[in-house]
Design a protein around this ligand. Structure first.
Ligand code: DGL
Length: 273
């Protein structure tokens, strides 16, 4: 039977925290994960560059039989998704779909906050795109959104320093800055796929009673709902429970790091983009 996996894309490892939740929720589907590690991080890159790299990766996933691709990367979702959906997909194949991680989160975030003040922790690229405030206000016009760019958090995770005292320093500093913007923030969103690895330290640095949301489970629930509502797309996804991993950088490095994000051993293949 023809393989029609669901493509899951990230600039590197972070999307594996999303894939982990997706495969737990929807184990019957086939998946291809692509990490563009050779060109990560995307966070500090321009709109044009993130768009170009993301489109190239999406096209490769399409060439592998994917009809549905999830951008499991906030920076790519913020800087490339809309253009790909509106400009590229109609020309490439109007039956293919690309989804991101921002909408699933923004459409429910308002339900978690009692004060109506929420804080977004993200990469510099995601923050300056203003995607979170714009999208949240579409669903919850009355919610106040405060953002904090945390440029050191991805490098801390990528360099295996996420358990070190150095990580505490940067996490405390960014949480302090964010909470300084409003004393009423009661909900924090980890709007970067790397940040779940820092969850314990983020909790430690936050006041008691703060609601802290990771995206993996939210995106998995949203994808399950999407497939339920779109039976034609669901029928175009093969279901043999197979997962394949590709990286644009060293497979040895990827396999060594990936297990931390995915929670189990990973064996990847190399892809030159
Ligand atoms: N995966 C990216 C995100 O979720 C973080 C890493 C990067 O900057 O490339 O925003």
């Amino acid at each position: 039977m023809k393989q029609q996996p669901i493509g899951v894309f990230d600039s590197g490892y972070g999307g594996l925290t999303v894939l982990k939740e997706i495969t737990a929720k929807l184990p019957q589907y086939d998946y291809i994960y692509l990490g563009d590690n050779a060109r990560s991080p995307y966070g500090p890159r321009s709109f044009e560059t993130v768009y170009e790299y993301t489109l190239q990766s999406v096209k490769w996933l399409f060439s592998q039989g994917c009809n549905l691709v999830v951008l499991a990367c906030n920076t790519a979702s913020a800087k490339a998704l809309r253009t790909i959906q509106q400009h590229d997909l109609p020309a490439i194949d109007p039956h293919k779909r690309v989804l991101g991680v921002i909408r699933p989160t923004t459409e429910i975030i308002g339900r978690f906050s009692k004060t109506g003040h929420v804080g977004i922790l993200a990469t510099h690229g995601t923050v300056i795109s203003e995607s979170y405030p714009i999208e949240i206000h579409k669903f919850f016009p009355g919610i106040q959104v405060y953002q904090e760019a945390c440029p050191m958090w991805v490098p801390l995770v990528e360099n295996n320093e996420y358990n070190s005292p150095g990580a505490d320093y940067f996490i405390e500093k960014n949480i302090h800055n964010l909470l300084g913007k409003s004393g009423e923030i009661d909900t924090l969103l980890l709007a970067c796929t790397h940040y779940p690895l820092l969850l314990e330290k983020i909790k430690k640095a936050s006041p008691a009673g703060m609601t802290i949301l990771s995206q993996g489970a939210i995106v998995a629930d949203s994808l399950a709902d999407y497939l339920n509502r779109h039976s034609g797309i669901d029928a175009n996804c093969s279901k043999n429970g197979q997962i394949r991993f590709f990286t644009t950088d060293s497979t040895e490095d990827f396999d060594n790091h990936a297990a931390i994000f995915y929670g189990q051993p990973v064996k990847s293949a190399h892809l030159a983009l």
